[in-house]
Design a protein around this ligand. Structure first.
Ligand SMILES: Nc1ncnc2c1ncn2[C@@H]1O[C@H](COP(=O)(O)OP(=O)(O)OP(=O)(O)O)[C@@H](O)[C@H]1O
Length: 337
């Protein structure tokens, strides 16, 4: 039996833009690797500017997007290409998503409590009506709500913060071991964000639930995470302990990201005729470091040679600045930008 909850191995996603034959390719996720411990729940954040590939990583783990290559292993079982409904249901019972916009998650004409009961029903969580009611009540209690408070109410009768709590409660009905929360607080009033992210920290300690937290909001990430992965144009460029990465970032991109906290773009979801800026196209297609164009420390080698991962000061960093091989040659040369 594996002592890993989740293992993500060399996960890649290539999208074809503008038609398979005449269009171009975009590698939205490039060889992403990480794992989560089964014994020690944790909050792992994926952060990075818009279009860095965070959501695509999450969608591949959730089985909503087919990986081009690589593997997703859950509790020792390969779940990369589950086809059978029963197996998918078993997996989804354990790995639940929490989406960005609670107002879009809930149909305005449907009572919110019905979503929780449907979860209990669909995943065959309980046999009797009483058992279902108990399961729903417990899930709501773990997010600080009661069934009495929400019973018979429509989404517009609840605040954004309450609704997001209900969507977390809904995910908890199946008693998952892993929550995948994609920008869960970006549509929630700023004053309530902390209470929602605190909830994740509480779920981790009280109920042993691990969380993949996808966000632009580095402040909340710092507050609740154990580790962080910084993404840039499909690459994880820095990965490790949250304090190490955020208090002493090594990658020039992380350093700049921390100085200019990017804002989530609710309109920035993918649309059919996707248009990338010329900088994005250049960065995505660069063989060397994806940050070459913008990096104040860029060297000649960064242009065409993919940086290796270097383990330094308690984190992994994908940057030539730290690679031993070029220490005495390129680094002594002037930067190019
Ligand atoms: N279905 C798709 N078809 C084509 N390109 C896509 C598709 N989904 C995402 N992309 C592209 O892949 C890249 C990564 O997108 P992704 O949504 O994973 O980034 P992100 O870091 O989550 O961004 P955001 O923070 O804006 O959600 C972007 O350039 C995006 O436009």
């Amino acid at each position: 039996m594996s002592n890993k909850l989740l293992e993500v191995k060399d996960l890649e996603k290539v999208f074809h833009l503008g038609g398979r034959f005449f269009g171009s390719k975009l590698k939205a996720v490039n060889k992403v690797n990480f794992d989560l411990d089964a014994e020690k729940p944790e909050i792992l954040t994926f952060a990075g500017e818009t279009g860095s590939g965070k959501t695509t990583v999450a969608r591949m783990i959730l089985g909503l997007e087919t990986p081009t290559s690589g593997e997703v292993i859950y509790k020792g079982r390969n779940v990369t290409h589950i086809k059978k409904r029963k197996e998918l249901l078993e997996y989804m019972k354990e790995v639940q998503p929490i989406f960005q916009n609670p107002f879009e998650t809930f149909n305005p004409l449907k009572k919110v409590d019905s979503y929780l009961f449907e979860m209990a029903e669909n995943y065959e969580i309980a046999k009797t009506k009483e058992e279902k009611q108990k399961g729903v009540e417990e899930s709501l209690n773990s997010v600080g709500l009661t069934l009495k408070e929400i019973k018979g109410r429509y989404p517009n009768e609840l605040s954004g913060g309450q609704l997001q709590r209900v969507s977390v409660a809904r995910a908890l009905v199946t008693r998952p071991s892993l929550l995948i929360a994609d920008e869960p607080v970006s549509m929630v009033d700023a004053s309530l964000r902390m209470s929602i992210v605190n909830l994740f920290a509480e779920l981790k300690t009280k109920y042993n639930v691990s969380v993949l937290y996808i966000t632009h909001d580095l402040a909340t990430a710092y507050y609740i995470s154990d580790r962080i992965a910084i993404m840039l144009r499909g690459d994880v460029v820095e990965f490790g302990d949250i304090d190490k990465v955020m208090l002493s970032p090594l990658h020039p991109y992380t350093q700049i990201l921390l100085e200019s906290v990017p804002q989530p773009d609710p309109e920035g979801t993918w649309k059919e005729d996707i248009k990338l800026s010329s900088l994005e196209v250049k960065e995505f297609s660069r063989l060397g470091c994806k940050f070459y164009e913008r990096c104040p420390f860029a060297m000649k080698i960064c242009k065409d040679v993919e940086p290796p991962y270097v383990f330094k000061d308690g984190r992994e960093v994908k940057c030539h600045l730290y690679s031993e091989e070029i220490k005495n040659t390129e680094k002594s040369e002037e930067t190019v930008n």
